[in-house]
Design a protein around this ligand. Sequence first.
Ligand SMILES: [Ca+2]
Ligand SMILES: [Ca+2]
Length: 244
Amino acid sequence: MTERRACGVEDARLKAATGVSVNFKRGKTMTLRKLPELFCGLAAGAVLLTCVAGPALAEAESDGVPSPANSELEPADGLNGLVFAPDDPTPVAASIHTLTVRNAANDPVEGASAIVEVSGSGAGAWGPGGIALCASAVLTGVTNASGEVTFNLFGGGCFHQTPLAATVKVNGITLRTYENVKSPDFDGGSGDLVVNLPDLIDFSGEFLGSSSSDCHDYDNSGTTGLEDLIIFSPAFVSGNSCQP
Ligand SMILES: [Ca+2]
Ligand SMILES: [Ca+2]
């Protein structure tokens, strides 16, 4: 994008204050340079400076604007959904999601405020259409110099193919929406923040094909298989619950 506009002496002073060397001499044509992309040409005797703002300026204006296409959220992007799990004694790897925020130029965006919003989430929101959260869950953060922020999705429950079940926003801009939010902690009716026998029974029904694959199909492949078992197993074997 190229913006061409007339700028007055004040503009020149401003640029001088920010590092432009300005020398006015009547009878000569001067070029004022700050950046390769920005220059002002002064026609001698005329009271007109012409400024050209090139692509670099447009990029500078968009440096802090996250690009959904260039940003990543793993493992959620690969799973096509979010995975929650109670974290004690050992967090389930799939419940720790790292967001990398990049702008349109594919540069990392530092200092951006990120949040995972889950529909109906909260301590009292158990059951279908609700995600129960551990107190240790971290659903907000600020990106570091690499544009990264980590979410600890510690909780249980299930949303299966529910539009806008979860939304990931950065600086108020929606980067992702998910229809699937799932957890090893789901017994067919709710997540109670403990992974135990009722959850195993519900998982096994899907794994063995006696019930349709939905809430324990963590990678949303359409079937509850080995790829889901490797997420469920450690949580069940350890009897994961929330940190006291
Ligand atoms: Ca449970
Ligand atoms: Ca699957």
